[in-house]
Design a protein around this ligand. Structure first.
Ligand code: IPM
Ligand code: MN
Length: 353
């Protein structure tokens, strides 16, 4: 097939890990006979330096025209003051909103080869395969904000339609997996959560009768994902709870660097990015972990291009590289020589079959 992919490497380690993900896409194209046209554009601090805008119109336009967006990471210590008017984060928030990417899929799958890197005991890690579906364009992130000298407010609001579409998407994914959906909210306190819960209770039994639903408060959920992670299948939750919960769940596989994500909307297009940030402390040294970026490219193949076989071959190649002990510094055992970003990328490229 022919596909057009916008590549937005961004800041810090973004370019290094994106380069390895692109090599994997090129390998997939060569082996499976596809024609992937890749076009790059600046985003985040890199774009602020060049154009004074973290999301220049030309970058947004490219993202709109593309079949999918491969995104690296954004953020720079020079622009980390949260009170700045123009910030790198505005690029990713703007892309999500402008492209209508209302659902963020963040899988966390453990690999025996990386158990030692997880802060959790190995006996808790077997069979962990959690998919968090985070609502991405609503809630407190995008509600009205006010600020005076001595008070501030952020409005959290959800419409029924916003909740329904992400719940349907999550329930559909649960149906294709182990059939279990955990809806995380704070319905004992928040009105938006009470609406959320009533919609889950209406939509899932009616439209997805085979899917078992359980409700959990966010505070309890943060505990249970550590206490019994293997029991979770698909988790669906609102924007900010999902932001927090996914960083926590990302610790199960051992490193943020292993975790991919997909942001999708109602169409085929989507944005695919590792969940780690720009890691300025290790940027440019060639030691970043590219597996999260590569696994994001696999999600791109699956969700935006419909290439399931190709996605699986990339995922198997990453598992193979991990099993062969190709571990970057975030995963390597003490005393063992860590793999470089390029070596890890090559270990995957060579295993794509
Ligand atoms: C994420 C990030 C973003 C978010 C930031 C960079 C705005 O933390 O993708 O999880 O909060 O959504
Ligand atoms: Mn986050």
């Amino acid at each position: 097939m022919r596909a057009f992919v916008a590549v937005l490497p961004g800041d810090g380690i973004g370019p290094e890990v994106t380069t390895e993900a692109v090599r994997c896409l090129e390998r997939v194209a060569a082996i499976f006979g596809h024609d992937f046209v890749l076009e790059q554009a600046p985003v985040g601090a890199a774009a602020m330096d060049r154009a004074g805008d973290p999301l220049p119109p030309a970058t947004l336009d490219l993202a709109r025209r593309a079949d999918a967006v491969l995104f690296g990471a954004i953020g720079d210590p020079r622009y980390s003051d949260p009170s700045l008017k123009v910030r790198p984060e505005q690029s990713i928030l703007g892309l999500r909103r402008e492209l209508g990417l209302f659902a963020n899929l963040r899988p966390a799958v453990t690999h025996p080869a990386a158990y030692h890197a997880s802060p959790l005991r190995p006996d808790l890690l077997g069979g962990v395969d959690i998919l968090v579906v985070r609502e991405l364009t609503g809630g407190i992130y995008f509600g009205d904000k006010t600020r005076t000298e001595d008070s501030a407010s952020d409005l959290c609001s959800y419409s029924a339609a916003e909740i329904e579409r992400v719940v349907r998407l999550a329930a559909g994914l649960a149906r294709g997996r182990r059939g279990r959906l955990t809806s995380v909210d704070k319905a004992n306190v928040l009105e938006t959560s009470r609406l959320w819960r009533s919609i889950v209770n209406r939509v899932v039994p009616q439209e997805f009768p085979g899917v078992a639903v359980e409700h959990m408060y966010i505070d309890a959920a943060t505990m249970h994902v550590l206490r019994r992670p293997a029991e979770f299948d698909v988790v669906v939750t609102e924007n900010m709870f999902g932001d927090i919960l996914t960083d926590e769940v990302a610790m199960l596989p051992g490193s943020l660097g292993l975790c991919p994500s997909a942001s999708i909307g109602s169409g085929r297009g989507g944005l695919y990015e590792p969940i780690h940030g720009s890691a300025p402390d290790i940027a440019g040294r060639g030691i970043a972990n590219p597996y999260g970026a590569i696994l994001s490219a696999a999600m791109l193949l699956r969700h935006s291009l419909g290439l399931e076989t190709e996605a699986l071959s990339v995922e198997r190649a990453v598992s193979g590289a991990l099993a062969a002990g190709v571990l970057t510094s975030d995963l390597a055992r003490q005393g063992a020589a860590p793999a470089t970003c390029r070596e890890a990328g090559t270990a995957v490229v060579d295993r794509i079959a």
